[in-house]
Design a protein around this ligand. Structure first.
Ligand code: SAM
Length: 350
């Protein structure tokens, strides 16, 4: 294999994180009202493996969906080989990309309920309106996947981490509602931070942190810390995983209760930026009206009616037109403290 192909294959492997149904349910419960009569697109989701597909297929009627579309990427090293949700014997595994479109979940087994068996029977169906091969490889940027995206009202998935910037840029280009999983570090990307700052995208409800979400990974996934094996299946947790969305939820309207008062002794001023350092979100002083540097975890508690976001540091984006100097790495040398790690610069609203 050429060096470039090898590197691509290695990157593809790093993207093989499979979200558990319980994590999807925990987050999706906060958005149920958005889905009535909507077309949902899961565009990095092999229906045979993806719990996103499973969630929406099982809840198709309860949510009142109009249509569910899922596409499979043929670059997936595990396409229909591992982690099968629906191990259907007669369905020969292929690595072909295909799409599944569901406009109803009928009671196919006639047992009075519309359940997993009905979804399995639907997937087994030879009806080309339900399941059809794609002409291309199922890349979310391919013309046929973009055509499906145009039909969609809401996109829900865990896209490949390595393509997160492009993925978000495409959702924005086509003006889609979305609920997707990403890495918290992505907030500093120049394609992402402006969206957060302008309240066009925010974090979901479920809190992040190590151990908050465990993803299934293939058995040959690189060994790293934060892994466990249960019933022969390997799981990986990532400390800074987050849901990103542009669907409103009540959590982002909860006011952060501020109990501390500002003193220059407790809140050092940066050497090179007109802002104070606040090392913990709970310590934001209630009576400081200038700019405040807080850890990025602030975004999990960010209420846009209470605060405005000014910038991020280290940053790839600078606010234009506010007359602020472009912040370099924030330092606290003058007060003899360690330089802070990544900070969001915020200001309280009146
Ligand atoms: C992080 S995994 C998540 C899989 C699934 N959405 C889930 O949460 O269980 C990302 C998936 O995107 C697929 N993928 C990688 N590159 C892709 C691309 N360019 N277009 C579409 N899918 C891609 C990977 O094969 C992988 O299955």
């Amino acid at each position: 294999m050429a060096r470039k192909d090898l590197a691509q294959a290695k990157d593809a492997k790093k993207d093989e994180f499979y979200t558990q149904l319980s994590d999807i349910e925990k987050e999706l419960i906060h958005y149920r009202d958005y889905f009535r009569d909507k077309v949902v697109f899961c565009n990095c989701d092999d229906p045979y493996e993806s719990n996103f597909f499973k969630y929406f297929a099982l809840n198709f009627n309860a949510l009142g969906l109009k249509k569910l579309i899922a596409t499979c990427y043929d670059g997936s090293p595990i396409a229909q080989q591992e982690l099968p949700l629906f191990p259907i014997k007669n369905d020969t595994p292929t690595r072909k990309a295909y799409k599944v479109e569901i406009s109803e979940v009928p009671d196919l087994d006639g047992n009075g309920a519309r359940d997993l068996t009905d979804v399995k029977l639907l997937l087994k169906s030879s009806d080309h309106n339900v399941k059809a091969e794609l002409k291309g490889n199922g890349d979310f940027r391919s013309p046929e996947c973009v055509e499906l995206l145009k039909q969609a009202d809401i996109v829900v998935t865990n896209p490949p981490f390595s393509l997160f910037r492009e993925y978000v840029a495409q959702l924005v280009k086509y003006d889609k509602k979305f609920l997707i999983i990403g890495n918290m570090n992505a907030v500093a990307y120049k394609e992402v931070f402006p969206l957060i700052k302008e309240n066009k995208m925010w974090l979901g409800v479920t809190r992040q942190g190590t151990g908050s979400m465990w993803f299934k990974v293939p058995s040959d996934f690189p060994l790293k810390s934060g892994q466990k094996t249960e019933n022969g299946i390997r799981f990986q947790t990532i400390g800074n995983t987050a849901w990103y969305t542009n669907l409103d939820h009540s959590r982002r309207h909860e006011e952060l209760i501020l109990i501390k008062h500002y003193t220059p002794e407790e809140y050092p001023h940066y050497d090179n930026y007109d802002a104070i350092e606040v090392g913990s979100v709970n310590d934001i002083p209630c009576d400081y009206d200038g700019i405040i540097g807080v850890p990025i975890t602030f975004l999990g508690k960010y209420n846009p009616n209470q605060f405005e976001i000014i910038d991020i540091n280290p940053h790839f984006f600078t606010v234009v037109g506010q007359g602020l100097p472009k912040p370099k790495q924030l330092t606290l040398h003058n007060v003899g403290q360690k330089d802070p790690y990544a900070r969001i610069l915020i200001r309280k609203k009146h």
